[in-house]
Design a binder for this molecule. Structure first.
Ligand SMILES: [Zn+2]
Length: 183
């Protein structure tokens, strides 16, 4: 799994904001009508804002920087002719941003396609599902983008075990043990 330090992510966020201040590409032909993607984005925000209250992450609109920074990082490891299919919960929204604005270098953008992970497509508008459902997206075969979810589901049995390895429980027993030894 790839992760990015916060610095490059914030830098990517600043580039996105700067690109959005410029006029959109005149040649952009939307895959899905703009009002449909707006509806997808609205329903995602409504679901995600509940999480924002509890996890204190950035606002949903700013979250594109995480996906885009990660994709940029991924491309640094790939040969120059490699193509990438990104399956993302809000693939339609990010794809629209990248189509409209000059956010990614052209050589990366041309080698990147977006789809929405199979189970998440059902939360999207019907017109969006037709374009972004991985089963209907050319080149994806039987990929459904749910591999990580499947892994988490299988690892679910470990939750009770890992609870006992939380920082507090890891730190205090050794502390008490050393304290007891000194007496
Ligand atoms: Zn959508």
């Amino acid at each position: 799994m790839l992760t990015r330090p916060q610095g490059p992510v914030d830098e990517c966020g600043r580039r996105i904001i700067a690109a959005r201040k410029k006029p959109p590409r005149p040649s952009c032909a939307p895959k899905v009508p703009a009002h449909i993607v707006d509806e997808c984005e609205k329903s995602y925000k409504a679901a995600d804002e509940k999480k924002v209250k509890t996890t204190n992450v950035d606002t949903p609109g700013e979250q594109q920087k995480y996906a885009i920074a990660l994709l940029e990082h991924l491309f640094t490891f790939l040969p120059p002719n490699a193509t990438v299919a990104a399956l993302y919960d809000i693939g339609c929204v990010v794809d629209r941003s990248l189509e409209l604005y000059n956010i990614l270098p052209v050589d990366i953008h041309q080698r990147l396609i977006f789809a929405i992970s199979a189970m998440h497509t059902y939360g999207h508008q019907w017109a969006c599902q037709i374009v972004y459902n991985p089963r209907l997206r050319e080149g994806l075969g039987l990929t459904d983008g749910e591999g990580v979810e499947r892994l988490w589901s299988r690892l679910r049995k470990l939750i009770p075990i890992t609870r006992s390895s939380a920082v507090s429980t890891c730190m205090f027993p050794p502390h008490h043990a050393s304290h007891d030894r000194s007496q």
